[in-house]
Design a protein around this ligand. Structure first.
Ligand SMILES: *Cc1c(COP(=O)(O)O)cnc(C)c1O
Length: 404
């Protein structure tokens, strides 16, 4: 049997001694509390009555027609609508689960890290509804860039702590949150926002997000008993992707595609694509694929999408890639911006910039799948979140396009 917390060679727990007891306590909770009927009933009750689950699967006819006109004839596109979750993205599934678990462990304080502010808002929301104080570490640069989400967290009663170290972005916020946790482990739960970090987080977050794929599998069953041919999701830390992939992994006929951010282009070095252009290394307590220089120094990630702007990735994705079970593509800033416009104008859905990377990959996925199957594919896409937060970026881009 594989060692707990490892996905092949990836994963594990590369942390300071002082954190080990807290991670062991959380691992026991993951193994012994999360599977119980009592916990599942409470969490799933909230997902239904508060988050609005199950989220629908929507057939995207016009987007399919657009792909057909671009050389991917006949592809059927289905959208799993995580944008319709309360707070506008999949992150609330995980935040509610972890805050509930923290209460079972008698923790009295929640901390979190956030980049774009989406996980901070989800955690602050879960803390508001479940009655715990919340402190969110956020890079000072991101505090500036993501003012509306900072405002939401304040409104929700959370304290936002700007991080001035390093590049003053997500990875520095994660370092500060880990530092806080080391000092306050007895009272505090660290609510990690993606399927990354030391064991048990990659497994815990996957199991709190696997509801996405489990619902989709059932919804496809009810449609016509057929599986999708391919499942596509964007990859930042990898939580929406592993969440929609998990229940499809055993269905080996279903191809899995993750989409990383190529930023200005892989060849420029300004990207956020450790699976496409990184190496094996340790980041935030986990052995995984990361962006690093020849001395092993972690490199700065770049993406127009703050939620994908992370130099590491959850270890299970590194493993699925190594196994050849999942394929990881990369899509640049401009292609993602155009894809968001396409989706909005064909389907009337303004998606998050993160999600737009998955949409932008659909032509390539359709071409690959048509070749593999010898017929047009049915593709399920994780529409991970809505794009209200990105409106300024979209409008700037539109103005630039129209000026050309
Ligand atoms: C945070 C975020 C992502 C990226 O995070 P993952 O852990 O890779 O899912 C993707 N989409 C949206 C809408 C997000 O808010």
């Amino acid at each position: 049997m594989a060692q707990a917390g490892y996905f092949g060679q990836y994963g594990g727990r590369f942390v300071a001694e002082t954190l080990v007891p807290a991670l062991e306590e959380l691992t026991r909770a993951y193994e012994e509390i999360v599977p119980t009927k009592e916990f599942q009933d409470e969490w799933r009750g909230l997902l239904a009555s508060y988050v609005g689950r199950p989220t629908p699967v929507t057939r995207a006819h016009q987007l399919g027609a657009l792909l057909t006109s671009r050389g991917a004839p006949g592809a059927e596109i289905w959208l799993k609508r995580e944008d319709l979750c309360h707070t506008g993205a999949h992150k609330i599934n995980n935040a509610l689960g972890q805050v509930l678990l923290a209460k079972r462990l008698n923790k009295t304080r929640i901390i979190a890290e956030t980049g774009a502010g989406q996980h901070g808002v989800a955690t602050a929301t879960a803390c508001a509804v479940l009655g715990l104080p919340c402190e969110v570490y956020m890079g000072a640069v991101d505090v500036e860039r993501q003012a509306p989400n900072v405002g939401r967290m304040k409104m929700l009663g959370a304290r936002v702590i700007p991080v001035e170290s390093g590049s003053r972005t997500l990875k520095d916020a994660m370092n500060e949150a880990l530092r806080d946790w080391v000092t306050n482990v007895r009272t505090t739960h660290y609510c990690v926002g993606s399927a990354a970090g030391p064991h048990p987080y990659p497994s815990l977050v996957r199991d709190l997000q696997r509801v996405i794929g489990a619902e989709a599998l059932e919804q496809f069953g009810q449609l016509d008993q057929k599986l999708p041919d391919a499942v596509v999701a964007c990859v930042g830390g990898g939580s929406n992707a592993i969440g929609i992939f998990a229940d499809f992994v055993p269905h080996t006929d279903v191809a899995l595609y993750g989409v990383e951010a190529a930023g200005h282009g892989i060849e420029t070095g300004h990207h956020a694509a450790p699976l496409n252009a990184g190496g094996v290394g340790v980041l935030h307590g986990s052995l995984t694929r990361i962006m690093q220089d020849e001395n092993g120094q972690v490199l700065e990630a770049h993406s127009v999408s703050a939620g994908l702007d992370y130099p590491g990735v959850g270890p299970e994705h590194a493993y699925l890639q190594e196994l050849g079970r999942a394929t990881y593509l990369a899509v640049g800033d401009e292609a993602a911006l155009n894809a968001a416009l396409d989706l909005t104008r064909t389907e009337g859905i303004i998606c998050a910039l993160e999600t737009a990377h998955a949409i932008a990959a659909l032509t390539e996925v359709s071409e690959r799948e048509t070749k593999r199957l010898g017929r047009p594919p049915r593709i399920l896409v994780c529409l991970s979140g809505r794009g209200d937060k990105d409106l300024v970026t979209y409008l700037d881009y539109l103005a630039k396009k129209e000026a050309k």
